[in-house]
Design a protein around this ligand. Sequence first.
Ligand code: C2E
Ligand code: MG
Ligand code: MG
Length: 689
Amino acid sequence: MDRITNTEILRYAPDMVFITESDGRIVFANDNALGVLGYSLDELRTKTVLDISPVDWRDTYRASLERVAADTQRHTFEIRLVSKSGQKIAMELHVVRLPSGMLYGSCRDITERKQHSAKLAEAYKHLTDLIETIPDPIFFKDGDGRWLIINQPAKQLFALENIAWHGKTDMELAAIQPSFRAAYEGCVKDDALAWDKGSLLVTEELITSLDGDQLTMEVLKLPTYHADGTRRGLVIIGRDISEHKRAHKRIHELAFYDPVTLLPNRRLLLDRLGQACAASAHRQSHGAIIYIDMDHFKEYIGSFGDDLLREISQRLVDMVQVGDTVACLGADAYVVIMNALSPTLSKAADASMVFAERIRAGLKQPFLIHGKQIRTTASMGISLFLGHEEIAEILLNQAQGAMALSKSAGRDIIHFYDADIQSGLEKRSKLEQELRIAIEQQQFVLYYQIQVNESHHAVGAEVLLRWQNPERGLVQPTGFIGLCEEIGLIVPIGLWVLEQACKQLREWAGDRSHKDLVLAVNVSAKQFHQSDFVHQVKRILNETQARASHLKLELTESSMLSNIDDTVSKMRELQTLGVRFSMDDFGTGHSSLHYLKRLPLDQIKIDQSFVRDVTNNTHDATIVKTIISMSEALGLNIIAEGVEEIAQRDFLYQHGCKDFQGYLFGRPVPLSEFEKSLHNNPIKTTNQA
Ligand code: C2E
Ligand code: MG
Ligand code: MG
């Protein structure tokens, strides 16, 4: 230390050093100060510090000088000095009064530091502006849980706009702002979790908005740390996902619930049924499913069907026990799952039957829909289950099969599932598949059965459908027509038959010996009641150029009477083209004279069941006689089908029936054979009548 003097220390100090009188007159400035300011020491000695300060800062400095001179403390100021060339330099000044009364000041150029912090401030402003533009609520708390940033959407959410929230903790905020209190409970509680986790925490919170709406918020909490590992703060971002949640819920409902009744749909039912099976295995206790199908529901569809369905489902829901499921399979079919009935099969069966009876009785009580009383009944099927091995889908089919049995046994009945029924159902579904293939591969053929007059001359034929199945061989219509009607396949098949018959008529029209033949085509109820039936017949007649007068459509009583107005108008329209109508299977339905009078019929066909015993059963004989005289009274032509014996033919003839069809004259045969057979029964020509 001996080798350097104090003056040297001052002179070469890295900071700028000034020594002034107490009034600011400069006594000494070190080299650094001279270099920065551009003055010589002599020049400076003629000035006070105020002289090298910006004019507008001088008053402040003067006051500061007084403060420094008044005590022996060290003071720090941010000042500006002006160099000889007029450049303004930002400085940090440390100043102290020396024992001599002089002032010692050391300054450091802080221009760079100032620029840096200005940049930082700008960046901070950018950031806060950005945060404000984000529509999601954003919060920032420091490491002690004090609020530092809350953006506008967040302020709105908790009504913090007019609240001094800055620097407050959650608890302090909750104390002054009730709207925040609720959130404090729900949303803020996860802070600890986020800190524990040390990384992003995503939660969902239910928040009641100021208008009382329940909002679902997805909340992201991200803890941040200082370099030394201490807590810096928590970034919290909320997002209102209520709409998304609602959409999600709706999608779920659509996928798993029936849209009309809001009951579980088939998908959810199968799922619950799977669970019920597993639970029953676990408890070793039987459960049951009850398949409920409303009877004659079609009558209500369109008018107030949906309201009725909702009422029915409500009634079912009211009847079942907590934990049992009621599902709606669409249309008018419901399923109830009953759990834990009994470990004993017979007791479980009894219990399910008792309950099913209650449902049956319950559904029979009239419903009041739009002020109208509606009475319905239900057909039901029950299937019991125990254990894993049951497959939900099979169980459901079993119950449905049992229900179908109730339907066919006259409706408003309850049946238990039975294995035989099941195999019947399976066969049916196989048949259905095969029939669809049959259409594609055109496996259907037409047979012709002769119809003759009193002189046994052919007047025409009934066209009868056969199915040439590669495995089953030739299948008679009784083996598949019923199913085709049920599943709607009869419509395309029926049109095909009609088309074939018309093509044949057209072919015969050009042939002298066949031109008078009339073809009778069976038309099923379903086909006839299609809204475009008349249009289709016209189209086929047009396309084939067949003569309408040689086409006879056979309809059954039941199909004619099911919608009499529709029937009459369709018949009339076709009749104007020349098409004729025959009532098939007459006597087997609920024939009513009243209706018969209204129908524009050409012919009545006595059903073969009356013909069969007409010669040895007086009852049948009476019926046949009545039918004949009634037809005469109505001016209708009459034909008997199923005529196998001469005695039957004679009886019919004696009582006034002039046309016949039956094995006595010919069985249904393929076209070529039919045409050949005409030699035995020469055709009745128009002038022979
Ligand atoms: P259906 O219209 O009453 O036809 C008469 C049925 O009686 C035919 O049976 C015929 O083979 C049979 N049959 C005729 N004469 C005699 C006889 O002397 N003795 C006996 N025991 N039976 C006789 P198939 O061909 O089996 O037809 C049964 C039913 O299938 C038909 O009854 C008709 O309802 C329906 N069907 C047949 N073809 C068609 C069609 O193309 N469309 C529609 N919708 N139904 C058809
Ligand atoms: Mg027929
Ligand atoms: Mg018939």
